[in-house]
Design a protein around this ligand. Structure first.
Ligand SMILES: N[C@@H](CCC(=O)N[C@@H](CS)C(=O)NCC(=O)O)C(=O)O
Length: 226
């Protein structure tokens, strides 16, 4: 595949877009970014809508593959480029089952309640305000966080053991998002998140995911917004 020309991320400025940028930086793969910022004029770009009819970021173009869903992007990149860095165990292994469990847990049990908070606290004009749903989502997130605490309680630095993986990336993007919405993180999650975010690839991805246009549109420093 010709490198950067066929590899492109559509979307910046959110936890979900961060996942695509972070994976590509961990793999040290060249790529282009289209700075589509949620809830801005850029979402109406006809080129973007050709790739995402439902108008959602991130989208990854990678040669013959064009996909949305940040979790699927993590799996795709980890598997296709496993010769560059081992960010997921080999498919159909015992380890891979644990990895998949962690990844799907983070998407359905951590990311999902955070998006409830985003919709019903952050975007009341679109989704309606619901203090009850938001309070329940905060509780639900903290219950999920306990599971991550249990996975880290033997003192391992990363969720799969000694090495960073896509599961850490997914959890760390959720913990940052949680802390952005004011959830007081249990210490093991905060420590794990800080460890993941100290990686050079994460710092590079932050720069790419929060370019000046995104920061200006979001009206805030380099943190999360959906
Ligand atoms: N489950 C999807 C969520 C995608 C999503 O909701 N993206 C948000 C930004 S994080 C978006 O595009 N929002 C614009 C809108 O809903 O109009 C993923 O993880 O990629």
């Amino acid at each position: 595949m010709s490198e950067a020309a066929t590899r492109r991320v559509w979307g910046v400025g959110t936890s979900r877009t961060m996942r695509a940028h972070w994976m590509l930086c961990e793999l040290d793969l060249p790529y282009e970014t289209r700075e589509i910022i949620p809830r801005t004029e850029g979402m109406n770009d006809p080129d973007f809508l050709k790739h995402s009819a439902r108008g959602k970021v991130p989208i990854l173009e990678d040669g013959d593959v064009v996909i949305g869903e940040s979790g699927a992007i993590v799996f795709h990149l980890a598997d296709r480029y496993r010769d560059r860095a081992r960010l997921a165990p080999e498919p159909a292994t015992r380890e891979r089952s644990f990895f998949d469990e962690l990844c799907l847990f983070s998407l359905t049990e951590l990311d999902a309640p955070l998006y409830v908070i985003r919709r019903h606290e952050g975007l009341p004009e679109v989704y309606g305000e619901s203090a009850v749903a938001v309070a329940a989502a905060r509780e639900y997130f903290l219950r999920g966080a306990e599971e991550i605490e249990r996975r880290l309680e033997d003192g391992r630095p990363y969720l799969m053991g000694d090495d960073f993986s896509g599961a850490d990336l997914l959890v760390a993007t959720c913990t940052r998002w949680a802390s952005f919405v004011g959830i007081d993180l249990p210490e093991p999650l905060a420590t794990h998140g800080a460890r993941c975010e100290g990686r050079p690839a994460c710092r590079e991805a932050m720069q790419r995911n929060f370019p000046p246009a995104a920061l200006e549109a979001l009206g805030r420093p380099a943190v999360n917004a959906q």
